[in-house]
Design a binder for this molecule. Structure first.
Ligand code: SF4
Ligand code: SF4
Length: 138
């Protein structure tokens, strides 16, 4: 039985927020509006993008996040430019490999490359709820 998305997000929060430079000394998110943190604002898309990468490779993770998360994030303009990224203020981008590791660990690293290939990558269809793997449950 896989973990729920809420459980996975909770695990990732514990791992990433504790090392994030935006965290305050009190342990809270230091962003003016914490809900704008792209990592958790788009967490379903983030989890699916990471899950879609069938081989540990930094560039593949970057590509999956650019395609599936940055493409729907309001911080990126129509030219693909993101000032938040340039200023290293996007926790998802800054800690991407840690995020990928945390998501994989939370989902049990039970990737099925055949299944991933057959569905043509994350978010290529209607919506995230229709494309979840057995490792992520709603
Ligand atoms: S910016 Fe995001 S990752 Fe960093 S502490 Fe805030 S919620 Fe956590
Ligand atoms: S790098 Fe920029 S566009 Fe991509 S998720 Fe982060 S803030 Fe959004």
């Amino acid at each position: 039985m896989g973990r729920s998305l809420v459980q996975i997000e909770s695990i990732v929060r514990k791992k990433i927020c504790t090392v994030c430079t935006s965290r305050t000394a009190q342990g809270d998110c230091g962003l003016e509006n914490p809900s704008t943190c792209a990592l958790f604002r788009f967490f379903p898309q983030v989890a699916l993008a990471i899950e879609s990468v069938d081989k540990d490779d930094a560039q593949r993770y970057v590509g999956a996040i650019r395609r599936n998360v940055c493409s729907v994030c309001p911080s990126q303009d129509s030219e693909g430019w993101c000032e938040t990224r340039r200023q290293v203020q996007c926790a998802l981008d800054a800690y991407l490999l840690l995020v990928a590791d945390a998501v994989q660990e939370a989902t049990g690293k039970a990737f099925d490359p055949k299944k991933l290939r057959s569905r043509g990558g994350a978010l290529s269809g209607p919506g995230p709820r229709t494309r979840l793997s057995p490792q992520i449950q709603w």
